[in-house]
Ligand binder design. Structure first.
Ligand SMILES: C[S@@+](CC[C@H](N)C(=O)[O-])C[C@H]1O[C@@H](n2cnc3c(N)ncnc32)[C@H](O)[C@@H]1O
Length: 273
């Protein structure tokens, strides 16, 4: 029957995520060498730079920003939190939502210290790194919710989660390709999350290029749909987005640390038609 095969694929992906380990994932991807703020070719500073420039351009504005598939990470909203009064974080897994809540509540127990990230983004904004505490306070103030999401549902969030007009901006990093069994599913998921955005709103989409798996914990091998730049651009177009900018990072050998087979990262800034 029509529609059953995509559901089976999404269910298989959901099963892969049951052993996702936030602490291990953070360790693999968000500590040196991938998050080394002293080296020019490190992947995390590249992502933070793209996000900083996307918001500095001056064309992204509004009240509400939604981050789709936040995982256990916060780096992707460190620039955005200065522009938006409300930020909603979302993830499929409760373990990830719990990790985000730990940081928000500021009672300790977080699996990663986000201080160097906050300091780095302050420096990008021309502020003293010591102002990181103000940025942390601002982020804690503007995050109004941490919600469950499923990008494979036509309505990924609970029906009353957002105002009827939709969000003003969406951010999503390394979620769609890591949650989708194939390209068609990736593209459908992009359409689903596009439904959360108001017309004219912006999407900042970051993702892996040509990746076929990553480890979400020791022995937790999660399949990824390999996508290339042209497929990302096509999918944006098919789903009613106009591409504003695409930036690409190619992983140097030092960033290939055995936790995935990613070869590059794309950063797309697009506007919903
Ligand atoms: C590779 S991680 C990315 C996490 C984070 N955004 C980052 O930049 O590192 C992929 C994330 O997608 C989430 N995910 C998996 N299936 C999903 C689904 N069906 N809907 C939404 N998110 C999903 C996982 O829980 C995980 O947090």
């Amino acid at each position: 029957m029509e529609g059953e095969a995509p559901q089976r694929g999404a269910a298989a992906m959901a099963a892969c995520y049951q052993r996702f380990d936030p602490a291990a994932y953070l360790q693999y991807n968000y500590t040196p060498p991938r998050a080394d703020f002293q080296r020019g070719d490190s992947i995390v500073p590249w992502k933070l730079g793209c996000l900083h420039r996307a918001f500095r351009d001056g064309d992204v504005s509004g009240d509400l920003l939604v981050d789709v598939g936040s995982g256990p990470t916060l780096y992707q909203v460190l620039s955005a939190c200065e522009l938006f009064n409300k930020v909603i974080l979302t993830d499929f897994l409760e373990v990830n939502r719990k990790e985000l809540k730990l940081w928000l509540q500021d009672d300790g127990g977080c699996k990663l210290d986000w201080t160097p990230y906050l300091q780095h983004v302050c420096a990008l904004e021309g502020r003293r790194p010591s102002e990181w505490t103000q940025k942390a306070a601002r982020l804690r103030q503007v995050v109004t919710d941490i919600l469950p999401i499923d990008v494979h549902r036509p309505q990924p969030l609970a029906h009353d989660a957002l105002p009827s007009a939709g969000a003003d901006c969406l951010v999503s990093s390394f979620c769609l390709e890591a949650a989708s069994p194939d390209l068609a599913s990736f593209s459908r998921a992009l359409g689903h999350i596009g439904g959360l955005l108001r017309p004219g709103g912006h999407l900042l989409l970051i993702g892996a290029l040509e990746e076929s798996y990553y480890f979400g914990g020791p022995g937790v091998r999660i399949p990824v749909v390999p996508v290339n730049e042209a497929q990302v651009c096509d999918s944006l177009k098919q789903n009613g987005f106009t591409l504003i900018r695409l930036e690409v990072y190619t992983l140097p050998q030092a960033m290939r640390v055995g936790v995935d087979d990613v070869t590059g990262v794309f950063f797309a800034k697009a506007r919903k038609n």
